[in-house]
Design a protein around this ligand. Structure first.
Ligand SMILES: Cc1cc2nc3c(=O)[nH]c(=O)nc-3n(C[C@H](O)[C@H](O)[C@H](O)COP(=O)(O)OP(=O)(O)OC[C@H]3O[C@@H](n4cnc5c(N)ncnc54)[C@H](O)[C@@H]3O)c2cc1C
Length: 266
């Protein structure tokens, strides 16, 4: 008599969740039944997303469906995991497209790979003015940022990196340099000030901070380190030491943190 396959449930169909799902079906298909529960019916890749700004990348290349893993034998379920009952080994998820009915799925092994959240709640004024901020971290807002960089003719751009660790350490630097490149290409760079405010003592990752400084100096990008943004409105940001920076375009990465507890009891 063959042993029944173990049920593996993976929460999150991003890079982490799919890497595990792929590895399991490639190496242990006869031993496990793999189910990925994820919120959306598509996934937007992060790594080359900043290049959407310069048209060197396109949405069509970074948006992926789940058919490849599905055809390999992974069950992909779209739903928002709302709670987990480890005692009974059950995951509860709300169907996101079919009326938010809560369904349950049992597991032998559970993998949590829901990624991180960008959380601006520690910044005074963020709840009111979040919409003026655009950055490369969100697939929609990168488009907003792109439109604004390609249409601005003068003013000040503020790029911000919060305290490490945060998702994709070099992305704020990439953002500042790509904005510089676009403005230079458009012939308006001399009319726009670019300020990179960093909550850390160096740009991240620290191993390339010295090189970044040299490139910034050459590009005329002003770097202000050890300054954490704690307040904002629709014209300026304020740092913990009370410095105020006026901006016309804000590309601020909000502090990054873990997702909510997914309802796992303590
Ligand atoms: C602009 C940018 C540039 C980057 N550049 C690089 C790079 O050059 N090199 C590099 O190595 N990395 C880079 N990264 C980082 C890399 O993209 C992330 O490390 C990676 O995406 C993390 O994968 P993940 O699966 O942990 O999380 P995510 O990609 O966030 O995936 C998590 C998934 O879980 C889903 N989910 C969350 N909560 C729930 C829930 N309750 N129920 C169901 N589903 C849920 C989400 O919808 C999402 O689909 C970059 C990221 C960004 C944004």
């Amino acid at each position: 008599m063959s042993t029944p396959r173990r049920k593996v449930v993976i929460v999150g169909g991003g890079i982490a969740g799919l890497t595990i799902a792929n590895t399991l079906v490639e190496r242990a298909k006869d031993l496990v039944e793999v189910t990925v529960i994820t919120r959306d019916r598509h996934y937007v890749g992060g790594p080359t997303r900043p290049l959407l700004l310069t048209n060197e990348e396109e949405y069509g290349r970074i948006i992926r469906g789940y058919e490849e893993v599905g055809l390999k034998g992974v069950n992909v379920v779209t739903g928002d995991v709302v709670s987990i009952d480890p005692g009974n080994r059950v995951v509860n998820y709300a169907e996101t497209l079919l009326g938010n009915k809560v369904r349950s799925i049992g597991y032998d092994y559970l993998v949590l790979a829901p990624g991180v959240v960008f959380d601006g709640s520690s910044i005074n004024g963020y709840d009111k003015y979040w919409y003026v901020n655009a950055n490369v971290y969100d697939p929609g807002r990168v488009h907003v940022l792109k439109n604004r960089v390609w249409s601005m003719n003068e003013g000040t751009v503020v790029v911000y990196a919060p305290k490490a660790p945060y998702r994709c350490a070099p992305a704020p630097t990439e953002t500042a340099l790509l904005i510089h490149t676009i403005l230079k290409y458009r012939g308006v760079r001399d009319k726009v000030r670019i300020i990179h405010i960093d909550a850390n003592d160096k740009t991240q990752p620290p191993v390339i901070a010295d090189v970044v400084k040299v490139i910034y100096d050459k590009a005329g990008i002003e770097l202000i380190t050890n300054q954490e943004i704690i307040e904002m409105n629709d014209r300026e940001v304020v740092t913990r030491s009370g410095e105020r920076y006026r901006y016309d375009l804000l590309a601020m990465l909000e502090p990054t943190g873990p997702r909510h507890s997914l309802g796992i009891p303590a």
